[in-house]
Design a protein around this ligand. Structure first.
Ligand SMILES: Nc1ncnc2c1ncn2[C@@H]1O[C@H](COP(=O)(O)OP(=O)(O)OP(=O)(O)O)[C@@H](O)[C@H]1O
Length: 291
């Protein structure tokens, strides 16, 4: 049985999330990533797995700093959208824009050609993702889980990475767990570490893939509250996939109802959940509420 911790209920980021004064009087780097966030645009994106066409010339966009949630039936391709943005899957056709650059393609001699590793790497640095199954490095302690990426990928010094990691562990209510290994933590604590790890890379786009689906019910609200507060306090562009409609309502500026590879309808959460105009949305919401 994983240990329980008061931090499970301490869902709010600490009051000094914006920066605690150091001994030298210098405010450390604010834990939440700051700076201009790019928008996202899918332009006629096609993704197939064999004969299974998962995305069919999909068009949609997320404005800079906007918080958008994708809802829709299981197997409709929501996770695939996030995985394409994370470069974990390759697209078959179309373009994916992050800001004013295409993710999977680059300009060469006035032509658009498939992206090389360097371009993918640079684009990928802007995007962070929190997964359903946490995906922490099991053989590293919590602090190292947070410092590994910033040191290896971003080139931070160890001291800088540790300072950033500690600020983020404080933010997610796990300041006292930096030496613990993931297996010594509850699911809720592991997901908090995963959130902090994603933020440690200072992404400008944050992807959330059913982040509370693997948690025991009593841990869900704490993690959702934490994410809602992070979303409100940061200026990240957020794309979230969830089956939790209350969370979707809470965290989003806009909700996209997605089915069979296409957007069925979209709008502010109050309208999509209160007065959906499409029958497929009504059926989906009814089915979700019945479970
Ligand atoms: N690596 C893969 N190889 C083959 N098929 C895949 C792969 N990944 C996803 N698929 C298929 O693509 C479709 C879309 O899957 P995806 O996980 O994106 O759906 P989803 O809407 O996120 O579903 P859920 O809500 O259940 O997570 C499904 O039919 C799935 O079986």
């Amino acid at each position: 049985m994983p240990p329980t911790d008061p931090a499970e209920d301490a869902s709010k980021p600490s009051a000094d999330a914006g920066g605690v004064p150091t001994e030298k009087g210098k405010a450390p780097e604010a834990p939440l990533p700051r700076g201009e966030a790019p928008g996202i645009r899918f332009e006629k994106v096609v993704k197939r797995f064999g004969h299974n066409v998962v995305l069919r010339e999909l068009d949609f966009s997320v404005a800079p700093g906007e918080r958008v949630t994708l809802i829709g039936p299981s197997g409709s391709g929501k996770t695939t959208i996030l995985r394409l943005l994370m470069t974990l899957e390759k697209l078959d056709d179309g373009l994916i824009w992050i800001g004013d650059e295409t993710l999977w393609h680059m300009e060469r001699g006035g032509k658009r050609v498939p992206a090389g590793q360097k371009h993918l790497h640079e684009m990928r640095k802007q995007v962070g993702m929190v997964f359903q199954q946490f995906n922490l490095f099991p053989n590293m302690n919590v602090l190292r889980n947070l410092t590994e990426g910033p040191v290896r990928v971003l080139g931070l010094s160890k001291d800088e990475a540790v300072e950033r990691a500690r600020g983020l562990l404080d933010l997610v209510g796990l300041a006292d767990k930096e030496n613990a290994h993931p297996t010594q933590l509850s699911g809720g604590q592991q997901q908090r570490v995963a959130i902090a790890r994603a933020l440690a890379m200072q992404p400008r786009v944050l992807l959330l893939d059913e982040v509370t689906s693997a948690l025991d019910p009593e841990l869900v609200v704490g993690v959702q509250d934490l994410l809602r507060d992070i979303a409100r306090q940061s200026d990240l562009t957020l794309l979230c996939v969830t089956h939790e409609m209350t969370f979707a309502k809470d965290i989003s500026d806009r909700v996209l109802m997605f089915d069979q590879g296409q957007i069925v309808e979209e709008g502010p959460p109050d309208r999509i959940f209160g007065e959906p105009s499409e029958q497929r949305t009504r059926d989906f919401l009814q089915a979700v509420l019945a479970t």
